[in-house]
Design a protein around this ligand. Structure first.
Ligand SMILES: [Zn+2]
Length: 299
């Protein structure tokens, strides 16, 4: 009897000490959880940072992890289509679908979106305003489900909002005089960043689903004049970026929209936004030096 009591006490103690398990899909989602939850939750990210989210498929271990999650944070079916089926099997209150949050800011209407916001680009975290919306949702969710962490999480969220707004203003000031400068991207992941800071992207080599554009579109890009900068990405082959840069006499820069090179901390998301802003500022600015890209294998 005594032993049973002791065992159950130990069991409850372990339950109290176990941190909530938050499962995320890609690094920017991990960064946003980290920003508000710090070490008060255990975060497990499904995709290795080396993977392109558009072409991933779940492993058996991923499915087991998803089943154990107290909370699953993903962007949504447009970004992580491989997850759609698994998410429908989870209780809805255990899932935050970032793309479905009502305050998410989408791209300005295009002719094909008929006056409605353009929801075709799922790289929503590239707009710091959306980062704030997602982090707020995560902190509210944690505060509601783990009252003992409520104060800590809400304080962290406030601090994050303040720091993000400082970085946002600094980045906007830096880019202000560069808003009319044309740039082309390899993979179309920078639309939300361009929207947030009123920048002018004049084309993309790959659609926002990661698929390459055809020869005709490439020809259209080659015929552009006044392109100052072309953004390449790690995980993508740089061949066509170099070809385009040579033809257009444009500078190139490698920017990772997933921020895989940024150490994980509660500041990581802010550093991601700041880093993109800094690199773009250099690339769009009117200086003569042109960097050469390092080749990376495969697509
Ligand atoms: Zn992408």
């Amino acid at each position: 009897m005594k032993l049973l009591l002791l065992t159950s006490l130990l069991f409850f103690a372990a339950q109290l000490m176990a941190k909530p398990l938050v499962v995320t899909t890609i690094r920017p989602m991990t960064m946003l959880v980290k920003a508000v939850a710090g070490d008060s939750v255990e975060i497990r990210q499904l995709l290795p940072d080396s993977e392109v989210p558009h072409h991933y498929s779940l492993r058996i271990a991923d499915r087991a992890l998803i089943a154990q999650a107290d909370l699953l944070l993903w962007v949504g079916p447009e970004m992580e289509g491989f997850l759609s089926k698994s998410v429908t099997a989870l209780r809805p209150e255990k899932v935050i679908t970032a793309a479905e949050l009502p305050d998410i800011q989408w791209l300005s209407p295009t002719p094909s979106s008929e006056g409605q916001a353009d929801k075709s680009d799922p790289h929503i975290w590239m707009n710091p305003n959306n980062g704030r919306v997602i982090a707020t949702e995560v902190s509210n969710w944690l505060a509601a489900h783990y009252p003992q962490q409520r104060e800590q999480v809400l304080t962290a969220q406030q601090l994050f909002n303040q720091q993000l707004s400082v970085t946002n203003d600094k980045t906007a000031a830096q880019l202000k005089t560069l808003q009319q400068v044309n740039f082309i991207v390899d993979h179309d992941a920078f639309g939300h960043f361009a929207e947030a800071f009123d920048l002018h992207q004049s084309g993309a080599l790959k659609a926002n689903t990661g698929l390459s554009s055809g020869a005709r579109d490439f020809h259209q890009l080659l015929s552009q004049s006044d392109v100052s900068c072309i953004i390449a990405e790690p995980r993508h082959n740089h061949g066509r970026v170099e070809q385009l840069a040579n033809n257009l006499h444009a500078k190139t820069v490698v920017i990772d929209p997933l921020g895989a090179d940024i150490p994980l901390s509660d500041k990581a998301y802010i550093q991601l936004i700041e880093g993109i802003g800094n690199k773009l500022t250099v690339c769009l600015s009117n200086t003569s030096e042109r960097a050469t890209l390092n080749h990376s294998p495969g697509e």
